[in-house]
Design a protein. Structure first.
Lengths: 191, 191, 191, 191
DNA sequence: TATGAATGAGTATTCATTCAT
DNA sequence: AATGAATGAATACTCATTCAT
């Protein structure tokens, strides 16, 4: 008789939002942004198109929420890679990257695709620039401790390498020698 | 009013095709595949939509022709980088890459964008895989001559580096330190 | 936790209904019928959409109630214009009209807008016809007392004049010379 | 074998455009702007929705074209009402108005409805203001020749009267005494 | 009485493609 | 070879209305 409590509603809302975001993530990662219609997302999530617009003002807003969520998830990982020994930590970073590549390729794929739609998603530019600087800074710190002659240049190389391997493994799929790359990089930089 | 000879016709066809492909390249490079309509391409090329469909079975077929042509154009460049001295040739390769990045970003941008539409353009997968192997093979040859301990691994790194720098400079635009990267890479690998 | 008495309930119902109608009036007067959504009305009234549908069977029914209420409100005004002297009373009518125009344009705007949706709101036709006859009858009575040669024709003119000034001041907004019109009409008919 | 001549195309375009505008006019006059969908217009015109957008950039643009066309049609009429004798000319104006009301009510209905959507169609405001001034000026000229004491005030009254009769006859339809009004007005002003 | 999550039919608009000429 | 009028399926988005609680 009485309306749902606000706690119940909060739960329902959170669940629906999550369902929609998961469906969107899955489909966009698989088919790309343009080839994924709002109708497909709603269907995959098992909700109506109308409901989707109850939670996200537009397809773009949904994608923005997606990216933000993925980003903050990524952040929380960095902490776990810390180690007093820079060589060990660098190894952790490499290993984390290769695990990501193997297991959460989607994640990276979406971000990168949106880069090509920079007119529509200009917030991506800012986020990515900032993230890139963070990563380069982190690597530079490690390489400095390891007495590299040009830690900044080398850090930039490693950062570019990560993206390069990402895109190449997207292009050639299972033909990309992730294992060999991992082994070689760790030997080269961490021993 | 006599009918055109088949030779004349052949010329006309070739010219129209070229105009269309150039227009398509220009617009897609600038605005992306999905944001470039067939109508826009026809207008830019100065022909009718109908004519476009006389030469290309579909928008996809046009894009495929585009990629193929761009690829074979790239091939012809390689010859000019040849040099008996592997260090000099590697330097040529690096310099060529940075010139490309600065002056013909478009070219690379199109190929990479299509990678994200792999369901539609699966021929890209084959082409890119083959090209990648060629480049890696070329680099591997040079590095072997230069007595690198693991020429294949290092060749793969350089190849990934190229794509990585490409995508990062696309992402962060003018903030990307192309000059510093060029200087550092040449110092690192060619001196 | 004892159940509310039916009297209390009646009060609550009346208050909620009033809040909703006021909100609807305000928004529709400002933005028009089609541009005012049920969601907006509920929000403005501070109630849920569900409650709104407890009191009104549909958006159309709500609007119908609105118009009915506005009409009966207008009725109660007429009494205040009464005067034994027909010239004075006619002047009162004119002055009342111009005050309405300046201060409650909304009211008249809603009615008139709905006229254009006569398929949806055919009850408007009946109401307006009846009201028009009432007003014309009132004016005719006054003009008869003032020995006009054709009191009915002149009453119809005045009635049309009122609507005409209403719509023209809606069309040209602040450019409409309400003051001059008022002055001229009173001089013409009441002196 | 050869493409259609530009003259043929011009004809085809003109015909299609006309069909669409006529269909739009008919439906909007009958059902109003908001209740007339682009799909309905296309269907009524016997063309596809796509074609409609070949000729008009948007539903709003179509309506704007409609209004403009109706306006310029109205202009051409004025010339025919001219007469050296002001009383005769004023009579012509009255008679023209009543013919319009009886035969082209639609025309006026559309313009007036759009006035209520002034946020979307602000060009209507300018047009209507200008037209109103023209008409008032014309009437004022005639009334001056006829030695009316306040020609401007009386001209404004007549202009308002026209709109007022228009809206009232829209409201009460066949119950509106157009004939009596015509007779009375002509007697009042032209004899 | 009261809530607001959920629905789905509806809207304007776009665009690759066809085809009569 | 060449045109561009015409199509129709698809797209993102809106909103009055329902219903479980």
């Amino acid at each position: 008789m009485s309306p749902k409590t606000s706690i119940q509603n909060e739960q329902i809302r959170a669940e629906s939002k999550l369902k929609i975001m998961e469906a969107a993530f899955k489909l966009i990662a698989k088919n790309g942004y343009d080839s994924t219609s709002v109708a497909m997302i709603a269907k995959e999530a098992g909700v109506s198109k109308g409901l989707l617009y109850n939670y996200f003002a537009s397809k773009e807003a949904l994608v923005e929420a997606l990216v933000m969520s993925a980003m903050s998830e990524a952040d929380s990982v960095i902490g776990k890679l810390m180690d007093a020994n820079p060589k060990v930590m660098l190894k952790n970073v490499f290993q984390w990257f290769f695990i990501e590549m193997r297991e959460h390729h989607d994640h990276w794929r979406i971000i990168t695709e949106l880069t090509f739609k920079i007119d529509k998603f200009d917030f991506v530019h800012n986020i990515v620039t900032q993230k890139l600087n963070e990563y380069v800074g982190l690597l530079q710190g490690l390489l400095t401790q390891m007495d590299y002659p040009n830690p900044l240049g080398e850090a930039r190389i490693i950062a570019a390498l990560f993206d390069g391997m990402g895109i190449q493994s997207l292009m050639v799929r299972e033909d990309y020698p992730l294992n060999e790359m991992e082994e070689y990089l760790i030997k080269k930089y961490c021993e």
